[in-house]
Design a protein around this ligand. Structure first.
Ligand SMILES: [Zn+2]
Length: 486
C-alpha cells in the first residue's frame, strides 16, 4: 500500500512540476507577446507621428525604412512623384514630368524642397487600415505612405512651362476665388530624377542661374510698371475724382526737382487722362502722381498689400520690400512710383495682388494641396478655400479692374485680346541693369468681368512686357479657356 502510494505520489508529482514549468513559460511568453503587441499598437497610433515629426534626420530616415514615401498627384490624379522599386530592389523617387514640376514639387534626396519638404510628414505617414498595418509590421513589409492631391493642373503647368520658352523667369497661375495655385513654373530648371548625380553641377552653377532656386517664390525683382496698379490706387484714394479729372501732358520726360524720368524710349504720350496714363503705362504721368501723394500713406498701402511682410504661403519664399520713406531722395520717390527704385517683389506676391483685385478685394489663402489621402485613395484630410484678408474695398477692386481691362483693350496689354474671353492686366518692363535687356512682366486675369484665372509672369532679360510676358499669358489663358469649353 505504502509503496503503491509512494509510486502514485511520485507519479503525481512529476507531471504537476512539468505543468507548472510549462505554464510559467507560457505565461511569460504570453506576457511578452502582449507587451510587444501593446507597444506596437501604441507606436503605430501615437509614437509614429512623433518620430516622423522629429527634426533629427536620422530618426526620419529610420522611419523611411518603415514607410514607402507616398505619391504626389495633380488635381486630376496624374502622378507627379512616386516611389518605385529599381531592378536591384532599391527604392527610387520618380518624377514622370521631369523638369516641368521640379521647383514646386521639389526633391527628397540631398535635402528636401517644395512639396516634398513641406509635406514630408504626411508622405511618411500611413493611414491604411490598422489591421493591415499590424499585419505588415509582423510580415516586415513597409506600409504605403499617404498621398497628396495637389491643386496643380498638368495642362496649365505645361502651358506655363512652354510659354516661358527658353527664358529664365517664373510663372504663377491661380484661381482668384479660391486661392488654389494651378501652376507654378521656374526656369532654369533641373530634372529631379537625377538630382543626386547632377548635384555638384547644380550647386556650382553660376549664381545668376541659381537653378535650384524657385524663382516664382524666391526670386525678387523690380516690379516695373506692374507696380503702377498700386500707385494708381493710392492716387485714387487721395484724389477720388482722378478717374474723371486727371490730366497730364507727356513730352517724354518728367522732371521733379533734381530727378528726371523718361517714358519708354523717350516716347511722348501727349495729353493723357487717368485711364490713358494707365493704358499707355506713361512713366511721366505716374512719376507725377508719385510726387503728389503722401509717402507715409503710400507706405501703409504697400504694407497692407504684404510688402515688408510675411506672405500666407506654405513653401519657402522671400519677402518683397518697399523702402520708400519721407526721408527718401527725390529720385527714389519718382522711381518707386513707376515700380523701379529699391522696391522688389516676387512673382508669387505679384500674383496674390492681382488675384485680390480679381476677387473683389479679398485675398484668399493660397494653397497647393487640396487633400491628403491614404495610399488607397481614402480621404484623410481636406483643405478648403479660406479667406486670408480683405485688402481693398469692392469699389477699389472694380476701379482697378476697369483700368486693367482698358490696358488690354486699348493699351500695352493688347496681346491678350481674344474672341473667346475678356482679360484685364498690366504689363511691366523692369529695368535692372543699364547694360542688359529689361525683365518682361505681365500680371492679369480673365474673364475681366468674372475672373476664373489670374497669372503673374516674369521673363528675365526678355524685353518689354507687351512683347514677351503678355503673349505668354495669352497662351496660358487660351489653354485654360479651351479646356473649359470641352
Ligand atoms: Zn509718357
Amino acid at each position: 500500500m505504502k509503496k503503491q502510494n509512494n509510486t502514485k505520489k511520485k507519479k503525481n508529482v512529476k507531471p504537476k512540476d512539468s505543468n507548472r514549468e510549462f505554464y510559467r513559460i507560457m505565461y511569460l511568453f504570453s506576457g511578452l507577446f502582449l507587451l510587444l503587441c501593446g507597444y506596437l499598437c501604441y507606436f503605430l497610433i501615437f509614437e509614429s507621428r512623433e518620430v516622423i515629426n522629429n527634426p533629427y534626420n536620422l530618426r526620419q530616415e529610420t522611419f523611411e525604412r518603415k514607410i514607402v514615401r507616398g505619391e504626389i498627384l495633380s488635381s486630376d490624379g496624374e502622378i507627379l512623384a512616386e516611389t518605385l522599386i529599381t531592378d536591384n530592389g532599391e527604392e527610387a523617387r520618380f518624377y514622370p514630368y521631369k523638369e516641368m514640376f521640379a521647383h514646386v514639387v521639389g526633391y527628397s534626396q540631398n535635402g528636401k524642397t517644395g512639396l516634398e519638404q513641406k509635406y514630408n510628414f504626411e508622405l511618411l505617414t500611413s493611414d491604411i487600415p490598422f489591421y493591415e498595418k499590424l499585419y505588415r509590421e509582423f510580415m516586415d513589409i513597409k506600409n504605403p505612405g499617404n498621398q497628396l492631391v495637389t491643386t496643380l493642373s498638368v495642362k496649365l503647368q505645361q502651358a506655363a512651362y512652354e510659354a516661358l520658352g527658353e527664358h529664365r523667369g517664373a510663372v504663377v497661375v491661380l484661381e482668384p476665388s479660391t486661392g488654389k495655385i494651378l501652376a507654378m513654373v521656374s526656369k532654369p530648371d533641373f530634372d529631379p530624377n537625377t538630382i543626386v548625380t547632377d548635384w555638384e553641377r547644380l550647386i556650382n552653377s553660376d549664381s545668376a542661374d541659381g537653378i535650384l532656386l524657385n524663382r516664382a517664390t524666391q526670386g525678387l525683382y523690380p516690379p516695373g510698371s506692374t507696380f503702377k496698379i498700386l500707385t494708381a490706387l493710392e492716387y485714387m484714394r487721395e484724389y477720388p475724382s482722378a478717374p474723371e479729372n486727371f490730366s497730364y501732358e507727356c513730352n517724354g520726360i518728367f522732371s521733379y526737382n533734381n530727378a528726371e524720368i523718361n517714358c519708354y524710349h523717350g516716347k511722348s504720350h501727349g495729353n493723357l487722362d487717368f485711364i490713358g496714363a494707365f493704358e499707355k503705362s506713361c512713366n511721366g504721368a505716374f512719376a507725377y502722381m508719385g510726387s503728389d501723394i503722401s509717402i507715409s500713406d503710400f507706405y501703409d498701402l504697400c504694407e497692407s498689400f504684404l510688402f515688408n511682410t510675411e506672405l500666407p504661403f506654405p513653401l519657402a519664399y522671400k519677402k518683397s520690400s518697399f523702402l520708400l520713406t519721407e526721408e527718401s531722395e527725390d529720385w527714389e520717390l519718382v522711381q518707386t512710383a513707376i515700380g523701379q527704385g529699391k522696391t522688389t517683389i516676387s512673382p508669387l506676391h505679384n500674383a496674390l495682388i492681382t488675384a485680390t483685385i480679381a476677387n473683389g478685394g479679398i485675398l484668399m489663402q493660397p494653397y497647393l494641396v487640396s487633400e491628403i489621402q491614404t495610399a488607397y485613395g481614402q480621404q484623410v484630410k481636406q483643405y478648403l478655400p479660406s479667406v486670408y484678408k480683405r485688402l481693398i474695398s469692392p469699389e477699389e477692386a472694380a476701379a482697378l479692374t476697369k483700368l486693367m481691362t482698358s490696358c488690354v483693350t486699348e493699351g500695352t496689354g493688347y496681346a491678350l485680346l481674344s474672341d473667346s474671353y475678356t482679360a484685364a492686366g498690366k504689363t511691366g518692363t523692369a529695368e535692372w541693369d543699364e547694360k542688359k535687356e529689361s525683365h518682361s512682366w505681365f500680371v492679369g486675369f480673365a474673364p475681366a468681368e468674372n475672373p476664373q484665372i489670374a497669372v503673374s509672369i516674369i521673363m528675365e532679360e526678355a524685353g518689354t512686357g507687351s512683347d514677351y510676358a503678355a503673349p505668354a499669358a495669352k497662351k496660358i489663358f487660351d489653354v485654360f479657356f479651351s479646356d473649359k469649353k470641352k
